[in-house]
Design a protein around this ligand. Sequence first.
Ligand code: ADP
Length: 533
Amino acid sequence: MKNISFKAKTTIWITLLISVVCAISIASILLMSRRVANSEIKQTLISTVEGNLDEIEYKNGILEIESDFAFYSDGIYCDVYNDNFEYINGGTPQSLIDYTEFSSGEIKEHSRGNGEYYIYDAYLDFRKYEYEIDVFSGQIIQYDADVAGSDAPAAGEYFVTRFENGIDTETAIDIALNHAGATRENSTIITAEIPSYENRQVFKIEFICTEPLNGGVWVRGIVPANTADGAFGAVNKAVVYVIPVFIIIAALGAYLLSKRTIRPVENITRSAKEISSGSDLSKRIEADGGSNEISALAETFNGMLSRLQNSFESEKQFTSDASHELRTPLAVIKAECEYALSQNADSEDKEEALVSINEQSDKMTALVNALLSLTRTEQGTERFNFEKTNMSELVEGICSSFTLSKGIKLQSSVEKDIFFNMDISLISRLLENLLSNAVRYGRENGYINVILKRDRDKIILTVEDNGIGIKEEELPKIWGRFYRADSSRSSSDGFGLGLALVERIAALHGGRAEAQSEFGKGSKFIITFFEKV
Ligand code: ADP
């Protein structure tokens, strides 16, 4: 995975993620839909069975299943059983007929062979009876003779009776009640219609009994549970085809997305390569100027390039300044040697030449030493010895032993017992550099003030003089290596390295160096150290 490009990785991850989300969503949708479908099937099963109850009645004492009875509808089979659970009639194929224990009003899940079924039973006890008594010339004619499985009382005995003058409604009702085994006391008559013509009478009699007279019937509905699966099998198949398409679309989208996202990074890489191959540090990476992460990266790169450029340039400057500073004494030495070796030089000239050569080599040694100590502090190659030291005593000691000239007076105001974790030789060098500058750029009979004090968690060392001062525009530059202000160039000693070293030493102690000056009036150097808690 390590060597795979970011683009490929992003594509793979996004595709995987989308595929997993897709699979989970589809699976849950299917599961939920299946549940809904199953509960719908159960509802249909109940309503079909309950609806069928209305289609069964006792007519003329005979159990009659009407033609609207749904033996098979919506995948549901319905059968009728008698009180003894014997099959009377129904639509279920013989192979599916099920004699599982009957219980009214609940859905049972039943499995047989490989199949799962839902079964629902409803029980019907008869209280409502319908009779149609057809009388022709006083003779009752029988019809609707028989229905399979009916255990209604035989109707035959009425059909032999002959009523000379026909029959009246009350008699017809009595015949019906009697036939059903009911009495006027336990029944409510609903209708007794009497359409009659010539010597024919038809009585339609309906009544409801307070208690069931005949045995009831069971209606059992049965439906394969996989009716829902059938519908969803098709959906499943569709999903099998749809998912790969989804994955391809997701992969394509993820690829385009990652390509688009990575493009600015590729631009940055290209620019960085161009810069490094051409070694041109002045070039910058093109950022789109936005405030997004990529622009921030480009800006960081550009910032880094600026710093690198600055540091390379100052290194170049440093080398050229150092060679320049060394070239002058070397040229003097060369010239003095040539003169001393020439025919014209007498022994006095030679001695003069040797003195001059000696001076120049001292100067070169001083320069090389200054350079070395600056480089060591900058590169950290020198070993520092930090220890908690009484800074007040150190400052007092240096001030009292410092060699002054030009009639300059040094006053010190040092707060007692300021302890600080420091390298004694570095802090000594820092103060000595500031003092020698104050003398070098101080005026005749001038003064130098050295103050050391504590201000809460800060220790402040100030070296102030009333010398030539520094022009405002030069102030920021004086900390640079080999920098010497124009006004001070007349002074022959000094290489422009002293303050660079001061700043570096302050930084090594976690402090900072600042300068304030008024040109022609004097300068003030403030070094602030921070006490670590
Ligand atoms: P240099 O060896 O020239 O003194 P520094 O790094 O010590 O080098 O100082 C850099 C420049 O800062 C000096 O050339 C001088 O122009 C200016 N400078 C430093 N200290 C003082 C001071 N006390 N008064 C006036 N100018 C100063």
